[in-house]
Design a protein. Structure first.
Length: 317
């Protein structure tokens, strides 16, 4: 008998398919010998991995001059409407996204700004209690690239302490402000016990780099699957974003028969946490889960697997 869950899944798949132009096709059937070869790329015989980033940032933004959809204002004045736009992230956005991930039974990585964690420790704790990863995202919105090595180290140490204090877990992954670290970032992260960073968009699979003669994992990020870029910079509609998500998945899923493929999706608290946008993200998750061999993994899980797998690409090692 068809279950209600199956009917909902089928309906979501049909809805997603209808939003995609006919020029985008679903992957061809996979030959059996290719399926066997693909099992070596990911744990438990998975064909492809999807990793979702959920940024916890609300409240950590500067009082004036913070990025927002509001018209620019002289930075000498407080931008009150912009601050309320950010407040939405912890009041509505993160709770809504957590419910989506619970319904779909997936775990994600939450990149947490330390100052936001200090303001909302119970929310940070809840994220971890629900099984998600707490990763570093700096202590404040001060751009890492402008810091001295001493300032950079102090910021990351503060962030570690804020996350540990609230969640009881120590972060092992890091995301810099707009991906812009410094020439010292990876050495500092490694010395503080981090295993990986995501500030690299050069591959569609995890890889290793050499840091002080030891491997350090890179779990690549994305810009074109990033809600802040598509919704706030490109002014995509939800239908356009749904279209992009599905097209990206279909292309990577086809490639995944012979190569290790990973899809990265970004969800900011105040952006993807809006009702219609959260619905689109959930529909995409349902669509991806309808394909055999798709796993959603936290980035720390991906990094640890990459560090152990002999098939992981190694740059300069």
């Amino acid at each position: 008998m068809t279950s209600r869950r199956d009917l909902l899944k089928a309906g979501a798949i049909v809805a997603m398919a209808g939003a995609i132009p006919s020029s985008v096709t679903v992957a061809d059937p996979i030959p059996e010998q290719t399926k066997v070869a693909a099992r070596a790329f990911w744990p438990d015989g998975a064909r492809m991995v999807i990793s979702v980033s959920m940024q916890m940032e609300g409240g950590a933004q500067p009082a004036s001059g913070a990025e927002s959809p509001m018209p620019e204002i002289d930075p000498k004045y407080p931008d009150l409407p912009a601050s309320k736009w950010y407040d939405y992230g912890f009041k509505e956005g993160l709770p809504r996204l957590l419910e989506v991930f619970d319904r779909r039974k997936i775990k994600v990585t939450s990149h947490m700004v330390g100052a936001a964690v200090d303001l909302h420790p119970e929310l940070a704790k809840e994220i971890v209690q629900r099984g998600h990863e707490a990763a570093g995202h700096g202590q404040t919105w001060t751009a890492q690239f402008s810091m001295t090595p001493e300032q950079e180290r102090a910021s990351y140490q503060q962030s570690i302490e804020s996350i540990e204090r609230a969640t009881g877990t120590r972060p092992v992954g890091f995301n810099a402000f707009w991906l812009r670290g410094t020439p010292h970032t990876m050495e500092i992260l490694q010395s503080l016990g981090f295993l990986y960073h995501i500030d690299d968009v050069s591959r569609d699979e995890p890889f290793l780099v050499n840091v002080r003669d030891r491997p350090f994992a890179v779990v690549p990020y994305t810009l074109h699957m990033n809600d802040i870029v598509d919704y706030e910079a490109r002014h995509f509609s939800t239908a356009m974003y749904a279209d992009d998500l599905k097209a990206e998945f279909d292309a990577l899923y086809a490639e995944a028969g012979t190569r290790r493929r990973m899809m990265s999706v970004s969800a900011h608290d105040r952006i993807a946490g809006r009702p219609s946008r959260a619905r689109v993200l959930e529909q995409f998750i349902l669509y991806a889960q309808s394909h055999p061999g798709v796993q959603f993994l936290r980035k720390d899980e991906i990094a640890r697997f990459a560090l152990e797998s002999p098939l992981t690409v190694r740059e300069g090692i």
